[in-house]
Design a protein around this ligand. Sequence first.
Ligand code: NAD
Length: 357
Amino acid sequence: MDLNIALLKGDGIGPEIVDSTVAVLEKIGKKFGHRFTFTPYLAGGCAIDATGEPLPQETVDGCKASDSVLLGAVGGPKWDTLPGHLRPERALLGMRSALGLYTNIRPAKLYSALKAECLLREDIVAKGVDLVMIRELTGGIYFGERGRRQGAMGEEAYDTECYSEKEVERIARVAFETAKKRSKKVTSIDKANVLESSRLWREVMHRVAAEYPEIECTDMLVDNAAMQLIKNPSQFDVVVTSNMFGDILSDESSQITGSIGLLPSASLGDSKCGMYEPIHGSAPDIAGQNKSNPIATVLSGAMMLRYSFDLEEEARAIEAAVDNVLNAGWRTADILGTSTAAPLSCTEMTEKILEQI
Ligand code: NAD
């Protein structure tokens, strides 16, 4: 296959983890006979520096014209004081909107090689963790009406959580279809005891669940979910939730699996063109030091092969390479745990993965 991939390297560790993934995809291309053409575009803080805006139109047009998009991460302290509409993170929201990417798929798996590094109690770890978090990505409070105004107690700021039936229904279908291919269990997370938007979320979930009698669907309040993820994570298989709850809970699940540097994600809409990125940010504390873990981004590349290009065998080849590297004991600093061995740099970890393909 001939495929065009837009690269948004972004800021901080973004460029080094995207370069690692490009190297891995090129090796896969050679091995399986595909030609990947990579075109870089500016997004985030680097785009602000070069053009004055976080998401230039050229980037949107380039991504729309490509077969898929690989993103590193955007943001950093340099741009933290800019007004909201000029912050690097606007590039992410803008890309999700422009490509209609309403589904975010975030698998969280505890690798057996990393069980010792898991922060949870041994008996909890022994049961394993292998869940998929499905986060709604273009609705809710991150996209709702916001602003500032004068109130009785001085200046007020507000953000609005708003969901439509259609938005909930389409993400519900993604969750139930995903559950069909896994252990036929969906947990829908909301805050229906307090929020009206969650009550609609729950009503629509139940309506869609009725079309999937073979799937067991359970509701859970988000505060309980945050607790259950620590207490008994093996109870979860497919988890579906709103934009903000998913943002927070997926970071929590990353800590159960060892490091945020391990977890990939896919953002999808109705077309095959998706955006693939690690769930972590630009890690300014280790930027430019070649210390980052490239695995989350490399596995995002595997998700791209699977979801956008239907290249299952090639995706599995990347996942197996990562498994082999971890099983062999190779570690970057974030997954070193109590080991006293010297950690691998980002480029050294990339080399180890490449050797396994
Ligand atoms: P972060 O995810 O960047 O970092 C949190 C911690 O995890 C840091 O200690 C960091 O060193 C570590 N870490 C993250 N990725 C790692 C990797 N691959 N290997 C090793 N260690 C890793 O979160 P933050 O510090 O809250 O945010 C930093 C910047 O990133 C902010 O500007 C934030 O807005 C932005 N951000 C961007 C995205 C995105 O681009 N999708 C997502 C989240 C945060």
